[in-house]
Design a protein around this ligand. Sequence first.
Ligand code: NDP
Length: 260
Amino acid sequence: MKIFAVLGDPVAHSISPLLHNKALLDLGINAAYVRFCLKNGSEIISKFKELKLSGANVTLPHKEWALKLSDEASSTAKAIGSANTLVLKNDKIHAYNTDALGFFKSISDFGKISSALLIGAGGTAKAISYILNQNGIRVEILNRSDEKLADFRQNFECFSWQNFTPKSYDLVINSTSAGLKDELLPAPLEILLPVLKQSKFAFDVIYGKKTPFLNLSKDCNLASKDGLGMLIFQAVLAFNLFFNEQFSQADIEKSMRSVI
Ligand code: NDP
């Protein structure tokens, strides 16, 4: 029997085992998906081998380690600088990033998007900015502090709260953790309100909660979405990588959505 796992710290809250085990069951695959709390990211590959895994999803804070220590990495994972999926193939561990495409698939029904304001400059912002840029969407980054913007300056116009002038965008994305465990907006109201009043769509990477960002977007009459679709699509894409693309994405998605 093949074993798969989500590796990270913490993993107790992760719904990946729920999603993947349902798809394994529905598709009649003799395999199990477990969770493993890994404290030290530098042990990610040794733990993968010790647990005799066929594949794994990697979550915070070990996505950079997963890329760095894998034997092979996809061009997308390399460009983003992190991997959330590891797959064993011919005794080698291959690293992929499905967060980026998962995000892009989840915004596909918004309609035409030419410009985006991406709020946040962490790991998730790297995946999102990469895929938007790859798809010809003009991206500007807004972050609370200046420090993390350094990684983005080469490819994107970047602003901190101090030097940003509000304007209109097709899509405004919250990729920060503001609103996850608190009731904070990802940027001050005086910045966010004029942006949202002139923009069309809003997306929050946080899921399972009406965040202050989503509530404000709704008040400004924007079509909006939380991060659940992104979470499901990254899982669907990872599942297909585990099984060499042999299942239909629609079947995997249907199965995973049935447990939410
Ligand atoms: P990082 O720690 O790498 O980055 C956090 C970012 O959020 C930084 O830019 C930080 O700004 C900013 N930030 C944190 N708190 C605040 C605040 N109170 N106000 C304004 N900005 C703030 O985190 P990740 O990028 O890895 O994760 C971000 C979020 O994405 C998490 O909530 C995570 O759960 C979610 N996520 C969702 C996924 C999905 O499938 N839906 C997939 C992956 C992640 P600064 O630089 O100033 O500190």
